[in-house]
Design a protein around this ligand. Structure first.
Ligand SMILES: [Zn+2]
Length: 158
């Protein structure tokens, strides 16, 4: 039993197959098991919202596994979690040839004190000059504050 779980949802009608990864990318993760068995050349959408931990051994395994997955197919990453983004910002080539479409961004509401992780499209981050786009609290409509440094979006710079 590895530290990483994978759930595969076949895409309906020309939609990419969705692969939802959760847990830890570390020395115990079974990446080949998680990412193997996918039909050749079918496009993949990789949902990384559930990745909660990545260590250095995990990174060394992750990059070649993702490179292999990207060979001959389109791979897009969605909902990259906070720990995924922090790794991507410090490790070159973390996303290999995958296209990162969206990531989870920490916000804080000064009115109700809630912390929120919101999915933000990377295109919107770029349009905002690689900073956090404005969002409002869904309970009190207050302007949310971005709860990280702008360097959080280093990965999105082209
Ligand atoms: Zn609020």
């Amino acid at each position: 039993m590895g530290s990483l779980q994978a759930q595969v949802q076949p895409g309906a009608q020309s939609q990419p197959t969705r692969v939802i990864l959760s847990g830890a990318i570390d020395e115990r993760c079974e990446l080949d098991e998680a990412l193997g068995g996918l039909a050749e050349s079918e496009p993949i959408e990789l949902d990384l919202a559930g990745i909660s931990r990545i260590n250095s051994i995990g990174v060394m395994r992750w990059i070649p596994a993702l490179e292999a997955l990207c060979k001959g197919r389109d791979v897009r990453v969605v909902r990259a979690s906070y720990v995924v983004i922090n790794q991507a910002n410090s490790v070159a080539n973390f996303f290999a040839d995958a296209q990162v479409r969206s990531c989870l961004v920490p916000y804080f509401c000064p009115a109700c004190g809630d912390n929120k992780m919101l999915e933000i499209e990377v295109d919107e981050v770029r349009a905002a000059g690689c900073s956090a786009p404005a969002r409002r609290c869904d309970s009190d409509d207050a302007q949310l504050e971005f709860d990280e440094l702008d360097s959080y979006f280093t990965f999105a710079r082209e």
